[in-house]
Design a protein around this ligand. Sequence first.
Ligand SMILES: [Zn+2]
Length: 410
Amino acid sequence: MVVVSFARKGGAGTEFGLRLTAILCISDFRLMKRAALALLALCLAAPLVAQQAPGQIRPRPAEGREPEFKAPTIREYKPKSQLVAPEHLVPRAKFPVIDIHSHQPTPISPAEYDRVMKGMDANNLQILVNLSGSFGDRLRRGVEALTASKYKDRMVLFANINFGGSVGAGFGAKAAKQLDDDIKAGAMGLKIFKDLGMFVKKPNGDRLPVDDPELDAVWETCARNHVPVLIHIAEPPAFFEPLDYANERWLELSLYPDRRHQTGVRFEQLLAERNNLIKKHPNTTFVLAHFGWHANDLAKAGTLLDQYPNAYYDVAAVLYDFGRQPRAAHDFFVKYQDRILFGKDSYQPDEYPYYWRVFETHDEYFDYYRDYHAFWKLYGIGLPDPVLKKLYYQNALRLTPRLSKAGFPQ
Ligand SMILES: [Zn+2]
């Protein structure tokens, strides 16, 4: 038996230490010598990895140097890529699209609808689902404005729950009754905003959990009426992390104070409540907005879909996560082709083509439209036509049977 013990202490400002003790029970001397050399190499290499800055694998050769010129801020530094690669811009989607996640005024004025329609036609958007449909009288006026418009069946509304005030005993039954009326008035689904889980309160001031039984009647109303619930719970995982220079969304959080969450509730807690809700209501269809915030972890995204057959994803505002893992994203979209719906969220006609390019091409290393979302480039995931059709409209038509099928290929 041999006891090998190394200790090494580094200097010059970096404090590191390593003590490695190994007990070797080796009869062969040559083997022992080789093991001792390997251990020594490990000890010498250890300082290189012991003190890494976030996002950095090992100290860089120029460590200790300072730039000779004034360094640009992260907002100023926009290097122009020298890469010359094939470009296939896609100004218009290959197949007609249902955007299941849009926000428009309710009721929409004829002039505003004209403006929206220009962008829809340019992008091959056949139907916009306006998730800001409101409830009661406003929703009814919203439906009337669409019915009276010259664009038949090109926009529909999802209803919302009036969470004004707190959620106490009896709230659920009342909200369910209102929702029933709203569906009769023409709402084709229910949209739940991120307030649920983060800001909606119980009468005693406590946070209302996403899966609180008081709301069961609401989810069951959707199941009974065969309308989907498009539900936005939580925020990107980085929003719940410390706001330091290792945070992938530092710039965005720095620019938008309202995206910093000091509500105290953890990301994991919100998702656990959401998943319990999905499990508790197997007959209700849940479309998880923004890929359920799992686009950065496709293994987790797949596990959720495997566990809950009533769960679906929309792709709204998480394009940056597909575009940075094109091979994995391609395989995921093919494997779960019946479970993903197209959605964009903010209505900017000139931003849709980034989605078309990611989904339809194999282009490499191209810009995303918001640098505060993503400090990286995108790659196309090149989906085959049958998968594109499901993503663009077939899945949405299946989940929302009252949508008009006019304008879609058979
Ligand atoms: Zn939204």
